[in-house]
Design a protein around this ligand. Structure first.
Ligand SMILES: Cc1cc2nc3c(=O)[nH]c(=O)nc-3n(C[C@H](O)[C@H](O)[C@H](O)COP(=O)(O)O)c2cc1C
Length: 216
């Protein structure tokens, strides 16, 4: 969930132990709520986030998938939905547009102002890794992540991927290497996410599943 989490409510070790059972060997689960380790991952996640946001080609990949404002989200319920209190007003005022999402423009500043405190308010992280980095391992990690997300939700926790440091483009290489060394557990990190107690939020707007499945 893309919200600040409650920093007065630590994630108990039992919750991390519970989540760990969702990932079967040879894939590996990692998780921490230890303040020093959380601080190190948070700093890396923020450096990587800023690197993506200031690398125009990488940033525009996300911008191109943004649905800006309630009407656009309703018309095309996929991609990155930008709507809700504060955001709909900024869209209506012309502060959030595709062009305004570049550094130095108002939409970019709104994005930074939302993400900085959000990523800061993170009391725990979880991650997964695989021995190799095959397509099959990546798909299995995707299934693990969905199970982790459901299990976290079942525990009253919120989970939010922070993928920037795991991306493979030249400007990210230094952060990628740091993430692999810090979290790879001898293999390749597949997912990294913030974990904590967040506010209740509505489901992400999505197309009905039946409209995405082609009859045989
Ligand atoms: C593989 C994957 C990577 C993601 N990486 C990020 C990310 O780096 N930053 C972010 O804000 N959201 C990221 N998202 C989170 C999605 O935006 C999130 O899933 C979306 O809000 C939908 O929520 P839901 O999956 O709980 O319905 C990622 C999602 C997936 C599936």
């Amino acid at each position: 969930m893309k919200r600040p989490y409650d920093m007065a409510r630590p994630v108990p070790p039992e919750a991390l132990a519970d989540l760990a059972t969702q990932v079967a060997a040879p894939r590996r689960f990692g998780g921490t709520s230890a303040p020093d380790q959380v601080a190190a991952i948070r700093a890396l996640a923020w450096r990587a986030w800023r690197t993506e946001a200031t690398t125009e080609a990488a940033h525009l990949e996300s911008v191109d998938l943004m649905r800006m404002g309630r009407d656009a989200v309703a018309a095309q319920p996929d991609g990155i939905s930008i709507y809700g209190p504060g955001l709909d007003e900024a869209v209506a005022a012309g502060q959030i547009t595709r062009e305004a999402m570049l550094p130095g423009r108002p939409g970019y500043d709104i994005m930074v102002a939302r993400y900085a405190p959000m990523l800061e308010a993170t009391p725990a992280y979880v991650w997964t890794s695989t021995p190799g980095n095959s397509r099959a391992e990546a798909l299995a990690s995707g299934r693990d992540w969905l199970r982790l997300n459901l299990a976290a939700t079942g525990l009253g926790l919120s989970l939010h991927p922070v993928s920037q440091a795991l991306q493979e483009f030249p400007a990210m290489a230094e952060h990628y290497a740091e993430a692999q060394a810090m979290l790879g557990q001898g293999g390749t990190v597949q997912m990294l996410g913030r974990l904590g107690y967040g506010p209740a939020v509505p489901p992400t707007p999505r197309w009905p599943a039946a409209t995405r499945i082609r009859p045989a």
